[in-house]
Design a protein around this ligand. Structure first.
Ligand code: 3HC
Length: 694
């Protein structure tokens, strides 16, 4: 049960927040705090207060699950005001992360002591919000508007040492945190005076304002369509221009408007979906992971090398295996060059590079995988080659070794069947570059053992990834839906849209790149070859095929969907491509017309949503939230729209169904017709979210 416990030591009331797992400030904690402060003020034996919390986290902020629901009093700003106005000094004892509303509570205290491992931050921007309990007003008063804006607009926390340097905390307690906080509270009480944060103005200066305005202008440029950055700027500017109470009202108004904005709804959905993804339906906590102390990666290409780097970074020794010494040398040189770039950029120290390299042991021959606890195969997509490798690994590795494949398209069950231990086989679909991309599709084969799946998920997190369980099908979740977008984009070209119009609609929506600029960057030859190899499973991409057949491979050849004169990185419209598209459409008897950006988005994304719904129907993904985080983390779908399935809910499932029916009728392509699940949810006013929760 959430509560606030009071214990009196040395005339100091220590108020301890107890609300596991992260002491979020739900209604019970808020009212508990107000009551506990009132009781401590009324108690003549108490001269000061300490605000503390139980567990590893101080307070993770407001209770995010209460957002979007009718507010329950007391509000967090009211609690914060009670603390700041307390007739006795209050000192915060920050034992761990003090985030969002948790930091706002602390900023209203009259003193702050942090444990060395504490982290302080206002991450509201990442939830589509701004601080809403005085953070935009009190933090600038404590550290200056420029530094405060930098902290709030990034949303990233600072560690205790940085917080001390900035002036966010008064001291770091190397020993007993509570004792240090109590001692500070006693000193403040003895001095008889303390400053309320709201009354401070000592950090404001023309230089500070200039620093804020410069940071604000830069943030606004980066923000794109996200509405909370302008709101944050308004609140901080109000802090500089207006008296505290009026400026606080600006913050509150902006915060309240944002809480119900679709972007904040979407980011909350992503927040909870990322945590939900860790739960595997049908597998309970009693299933324990297998220990992973040693790994092996087969294939020292770009992918295998990147995967080996992930292990090395996580502190797990890894053997990188190739058939030929030359390939191994090239692979190791690539890894070294990657690290050297990071060292040059300053994101990695030379010592850390040496340490990581020492964890990657190059070896020739599969025998080197014999003592690994997990082997990740990352060779090229050829079933025959993979079958040979898995057969050998089955013979060579010890019992219980997990045999993972990094295949993007091949049937994991067929790969598992080449071994005598299909229960130990799992897919680990990393995204390129593997050492950078956060997404990891963990492919559950028909016979994958529960503890293998649990191990793979835990390992994914150890490697710093966001692992999501998916089932076996062609392309799994991400690439299967991407294929629908590729087909839709090609269909749009033949129907009359031009590459730059499609790409502009997609980047205006929030993607960093449109599908055609992306294809040119990746190289049109790659997709072309893959389509040839895929046979009847190949995506229908007549324009890309025709371009590739002419040797137009994209950026690397200076021409693809666009022109890249003199090695330019941004493509220019190409009349030849546009003429080619016209000719392909004419040959098919398609009368071309123009499309608005909204029409383009509907035609691109509705088929993806339909495929996502089929993926749910087939049980390939357990929840719509899993699909959304796959698209946000692996394919750059803008998080502030929540991923394709959450976006579909905002558009309205009935609208999507009607649109798909229209597209199917117009094109005569029955594969565009809405699937049964989509129809059923739309007809019954159902939602993916409700289905996820069921
Ligand atoms: N509200 C509700 N639930 C929360 C929460 C919050 N603020 N923060 C975490 N949780 C829940 C998670 O959903 C998860 O629940 P589950 O176990 O049922 O899945 C559980 O607490 C544990 O969370 P994590 O898995 O994230 O635990 P970690 O140990 O990995 O991380 C953390 C801890 C760093 C505190 C991380 O949880 C975190 O970053 N939390 C969110 C912080 C945040 O964004 N705060 C701002 C809130 S908005 C706000 O305060 C508005 C104010 O200005 C008015």
């Amino acid at each position: 049960m959430a509560s606030v416990h009071t214990a009196i030591t040395d005339g100091v009331a220590v108020l301890t927040i107890v609300n596991p797992p992260v002491n979020a400030l739900g209604v019970a904690v808020r009212s508990g705090l107000v009551e506990a402060v009132a009781a401590a003020v009324a108690d003549s034996a108490v001269r000061a207060l300490v605000l503390a919390a139980e567990g590893k986290v101080f307070v993770a902020g407001a209770d995010i699950s209460e957002f979007g629901k009718p507010p329950l009093p007391p509000s967090l700003p009211e609690v914060v005001a009670v603390i700041e106005d307390c007739a006795k000094p209050v000192v915060a004892a920050l034992n761990g992360a003090a985030l969002g509303g948790g930091l706002e509570l602390a900023l209203a205290c009259h003193g702050r002591v942090a444990a060395p491992g504490a982290k302080l931050g206002l991450p509201e921007i990442k939830l589509g919000l701004i601080p809403g309990a005085g953070g935009t007003q009190r933090l600038p008063r404590i550290i200056g508007a420029g530094p405060a804006f930098a902290l709030m607009s990034s949303g990233d926390p600072v560690d205790a040492r940085k917080a001390l340097a900035l002036g966010m905390v008064d001291e770091i307690a190397e020993g007993d945190l509570l004792a240090a906080a109590i001692a500070l509270a006693v000193r403040l009480a003895a001095a008889g005076g303390w400053t309320k944060t709201r009354a401070r103005a000592d950090k404001f200066s023309p230089e500070d304002r200039a620093a804020f305005e410069a940071a604000a202008a830069a943030a606004l440029k980066r923000a794109g369509r996200v509405p909370n950055v302008p709101a944050l700027i308004d609140a901080v500017r109000a802090c500089l221009d207006q008296p505290f109470t009026e400026a606080l009202a600006v913050e509150r108004a902006r915060f309240s408007a944002l809480v119900n904005d679709p972007s904040a709804r979407a980011l909350r959905h992503i927040f909870f979906a990322e945590r939900e993804a860790a739960r595997i339906p049908g597998i309970g906590k009693e299933v324990k992971a297998r220990p992973i102390a040693k790994a092996a990666v087969i294939g020292a290409g770009t992918m295998g090398g990147g995967i080996a780097m992930c292990f090395a970074q996580a502190g797990i020794p890894v053997t990188l295996i190739e058939v030929k010494p030359e390939a191994l040398e090239v692979g190791m040189a690539r890894i070294r060059a990657n690290y050297e770039t990071s060292v040059k950029r300053g994101s990695l120290t030379a010592e850390a590079m040496a340490e990581r390299l020492s964890r990657i042991l190059p070896a020739v021959g599969l025998e080197a995988a014999a003592d690994a606890d997990i082997v990740v195969e990352a060779v090229f997509e050829d079933m025959g080659v993979k079958a040979e490798i898995f057969g050998a690994l089955d013979r060579l590795t010890k019992p219980g070794t997990i045999l993972a494949t990094n295949t993007s398209y091949l049937d994991v069950d067929a790969i598992a069947a080449t071994t005598g231990r299909p229960q130990d086989v799992v897919g680990l679909h990393f995204f390129s570059p593997a050492n950078v991309m956060r997404l990891l599709e963990v492919v559950r084969g028909a016979q994958t053992a529960p503890d293998v799946l649990v191990t793979a998920m835990g390992l994914g997190r150890t490697l710093g990834k966001l692992p999501v369980v998916v089932g076996v099908c062609y392309g799994f979740v991400g690439n299967r839906m991407l294929a629908k977008r590729t087909e839709a984009a090609e269909r749009l070209l033949l129907a009359g849209a031009l590459p730059h119009e499609v790409d502009a609609a997609v980047t205006d929506f929030g993607f960093r790149m449109g599908p055609f600029a992306m294809a040119d960057l990746a190289g049109l030859d790659i997709g072309w070859r893959a389509r040839k190899a895929a046979g009847d499973k190949a995506v229908n991409a007549p324009v890309a095929d025709a371009l590739a057949e002419q040797g137009r491979f994209g950026q690397k050849t200076g021409r693809g969907f666009y022109l890249y004169p003199d090695g330019a990185r941004a493509g220019a419209r190409d009349p030849e491509t546009e003429a080619l598209i016209g000719a392909l459409a004419a040959a098919r008897g398609i009368a071309r017309r123009s499309f608005t950006p909204d029409e383009i988005l509907a035609r691109l994304f509705y088929p993806m949503v339909n495929e996502g719904a089929k993926i749910l129907e087939e049980g390939i993904a357990a929840r719509s939230g899993d699909i959304d985080i796959i698209w946000v983390n692996g394919y750059n779908w803008p998080a502030f729209t929540g991923g394709p399935m959450q976006w579909a809910e905002e558009v309205g499932l009935a609208t999507i169904v009607a649109g798909l029916e229209r597209f199917a009728a117009e094109t005569g392509d029955a594969s565009l017709a809405p699937c049964a699940l989509l129809r059923q949810l739309a007809a019954g006013a159902g939602s993916f979210a409700a289905r996820d929760a069921a």
